[in-house]
Design a protein around this ligand. Structure first.
Ligand code: GLC
Length: 460
């Protein structure tokens, strides 16, 4: 009888669990409920998220001992390059001993220069850096006491890459954010004295990262899906991990790659990858994107398929106009440099931002601006204070003026942000609460996006 009662109790608890899980799933289908949840996230509502809301443009760096291989092992290419040791854990490509000898054993990026990297990032207008401190291969790019499988103890380079970068970011005013892979494909095989569980090992590493590298404003988890009996990919474990991070560093933002990911109740912001679609959702987000037109985040020797600055500037504008950030990845080479193609991209983006940054940094989306369907016209809008910025990536076909409708009646003036470009002659028509602007294409426009600043009487 007691047993039967106990069984009934267990069944009831399970049923409640299942019901609430599916009720949660249902709730996630409701955009209003979703928006309310996302509005409470740290990077939207809290002071600790202010820098993130204003930053708009970040850098991602995938640098590890895999960079030594450049995506190739014994003459054969593997993709994505940063996962070459195990390729999504589908199979072991490189046995650990050989990875140790050929990747870590040869890793000696003598041209690595944190000052140069951070200077390039800063000049490009990127405000924060996310850098791989430990990728899925389990190799630590920081000097850790938890394992000898780290950059100081297991490579001829012997330098704490993460410390040098963290210190340089601090010096140059760039926000430094560690990337940390929860899934670790080698932890069970490397020397890790004194840890009973993988959880203990991971927490010890997180404690080092959050405690020994200056102020950490953001922590970027990844690969919670390949946990391989090390760690449970469920909400309870995600909650525990978030609570652990908070207990060590209350002001650190944490991304959504734990538990149920974007549809979890924890995590400060979402991280759609290599697609702008995510930016259509009303949530705090950061689109992360490779600099090549594929899914390689680590450096690929001989890669030629770099994205164009035109595409990347458009993507930055797209994300910003939807309230999110854009993060551009670089895979530094085996010798420790940004590939020349990436440097060229950064230079163009930095130049455009130096002139047009007012339309990007610290702005909000401006949904009161509508462009309607006009063949050829591609125009985005952002705002701060009493200004709305129009970012015209493409002008209407056939020399037609761009027609922009704004749900305001207090229009004052318009001007091109780049003073080296000719002025625009904007014709406003104001009716009730609407302003319709007719903007003829000037004789010369910016090759990436011409920014027009509209000034209104008051902020809105
Ligand atoms: C993907 C890749 C992973 C990379 C990450 C960055 O998940 O599989 O290797 O680190 O993107 O967002």
């Amino acid at each position: 009888m007691v047993i039967a009662f106990k069984n009934l109790f267990v069944t009831l608890i399970l049923a409640i669990g299942i019901c609430s899980a599916s009720a949660d799933e249902e709730k996630w289908q409701d955009p209003a409920w979703q928006d309310a949840i996302w509005a409470q996230r740290g990077c939207k509502a809290d002071e600790r998220g202010r820098w993130f809301r204003n930053a708009k443009f970040g850098a991602f760096i995938h640098f590890g001992v895999y960079s030594e291989l450049g995506g190739f092992w014994h003459g054969r290419q593997y993709d994505p390059a940063e996962q070459i040791i195990g390729l999504g854990q589908r199979h072991e490509v490189i046995p650990l001993d050989e990875y140790r000898a050929e990747a870590a054993g040869n890793f000696n990026p003598t041209n690595f220069n944190a000052r140069e990297w951070v200077s390039l990032i800063k000049a490009a207008g990127q405000k924060y850096v996310i850098v791989t401190t430990k990728h899925h291969d389990g190799f630590c790019m920081f000097h850790t006491a938890t394992t000898g499988f780290n950059v100081v103890d297991a490579t001829p380079f012997k330098r704490d890459v993460i410390r040098e970068l963290a210190e340089e970011c601090q010096r140059q005013g760039i926000v430094f954010c560690p990337y940390y892979s929860i899934g670790d494909w080698t932890a069970a095989k490397v020397e890790a004295p004194g840890f009973k569980t993988y959880g203990d090992y991971m927490r010890a590493q997180l404690k080092e990262l959050l405690g020994n590298y200056g102020e950490i404003k953001m922590l970027w988890f990844d690969n919670y899906w390949y946990v391989n009996n090390q760690w449970q990919n469920d909400e309870a474990h995600a909650k525990e991990l978030y609570a652990y991070v908070r207990s060590l560093s209350p002001n650190t933002l944490v991304n959504d790659r734990c538990g149920r990911g974007a549809s979890s109740l924890d995590g400060d912001y979402a991280t759609p990858e290599n697609q702008l679609k995510g930016s259509l959702q009303k949530r705090c987000f950061e689109v992360v994107m490779t600099d090549t037109g594929d899914d390689n985040w680590g450096w690929v020797r001989g890669a030629r398929n770099y994205r164009s600055p035109a595409e990347l500037i458009r993507n930055l504008i797209d994300c910003t106009s939807k309230g999110g950030n854009f993060v551009l990845n670089v895979g530094p080479t085996a010798s420790g440099e940004f590939p020349p193609e990436h440097k060229a991209i950064l230079q163009v983006m930095g130049k455009w931002l130096a002139t047009n940054g007012a339309a990007i940094y610290g702005t909000d989306p401006a949904p009161e601006c509508e462009t309607g369907p006009q063949p050829g016209l591609r125009c985005y809008a952002t705002k701060t204070g009493n200004n709305i910025y129009l970012e015209l990536v493409h002008w209407p076909d056939g020399g037609q003026p761009a027609l922009i409708t704004i749900h305001r009646h207090d229009f004052v003036s318009a001007g091109v942000l780049d003073s080296s470009l000719p002025a625009v002659h904007v014709q406003p028509t104001v009716t009730n609460d609407l302003t319709i602007l007719s903007i003829p294409e000037p004789a010369k426009v910016d090759p990436y996006a011409t920014v027009i600043r509209l000034t209104f009487n008051g902020a809105k």
